[in-house]
Design a protein around this ligand. Structure first.
Ligand SMILES: [Zn+2]
Length: 244
């Protein structure tokens, strides 16, 4: 894709980066329409923005120059870094998400043209900036955010070289640890989650923040059951991710 295929809109909601770019972060807009999202992301009063906004028909708008620090991540953390806005490029994808369900009560699907545009844009960005980690907002802010949601096709993205995909050998959903369980095994899992990049503290207790990270892992890698319970299959997914 050439840059000329990208439309320009201007958001005033950015400042200067203090870190090199190392992450590419996916979001859904969680609003009723793309038009409303574009207006909000460009409204000085909203104090939010992203570098790109991808509409359902695949139309891409650039709102903030890549060398500037767009305000898309909020309070977040990855691999110990908390100023995610400084080290990332943010892509907002028009989708109502958990806030605006379909007529049949489901989270609205992403559109094919839209996903193709996200893939082409992401590949172009990675070609330009070198290898960036491909993440969701829920990975960097698991206690606050659900986007891009358990309907975002992470496996398809991984098949295009965008993000990791674990080798999933088990479909065993028997629970290992739930909220408030205390066990040495919980410490081991927390150590693994922190190694992956999640903001896990090694406490040996399945505290709420650890459960939130389990939700984020399932939202991305085990989308048919997102319950925050650390079961055998989820444990296998974490183990496999650590080996990639
Ligand atoms: Zn977001």
């Amino acid at each position: 894709m050439s840059n000329s295929g990208i439309l320009r809109s201007h958001s005033p909601n950015f400042d200067n980066r203090t870190l090199p770019i190392s992450l590419l972060v996916m979001h859904y807009t969680g609003m009723k329409t793309g038009k409303e999202a574009l207006e909000r992301l460009c409204d000085e009063k909203s104090k939010v923005s992203s570098h790109y906004l991808v509409f359902e028909n695949g139309e891409i708008h650039q709102l903030v120059p890549e060398n500037k620090r767009a305000w898309h991540a909020g309070i977040s953390s990855w691999k110990g870094e908390k100023d995610i806005n400084s080290c990332s490029i943010g892509i907002e994808i028009v989708n109502g998400g958990h806030n605006y369900l379909d007529a049949d009560g489901k989270i609205p699907e992403y559109k094919n043209d839209q996903l193709k545009a996200v893939i082409a844009l992401s590949k172009r960005i990675i070609n330009q900036h070198g290898k960036l980690e491909f993440l969701g907002h829920s990975d960097i802010a698991p206690s606050r955010k659900k986007d891009p949601g358990e309907h975002f096709p992470w496996e398809y993205m991984a098949s295009e070289g965008l993000g990791k995909w674990p080798l999933i050998k088990s479909d065993d959903r028997r629970a290992l640890f739930e909220l408030n369980d205390r066990d040495r095994g919980v410490s081991i899992v927390q150590t693994g989650l922190a190694k992956l990049g999640y903001s896990a503290c090694v406490t040996g207790v399945m505290d709420q923040s650890t459960v939130d990270i389990i939700f984020a892992i399932q939202r991305r890698y085990r989308q048919d059951q997102v319950d925050g319970i650390l079961d055998i299959m989820t444990m296998e997914i974490i183990k496999s991710l650590l080996e990639i």
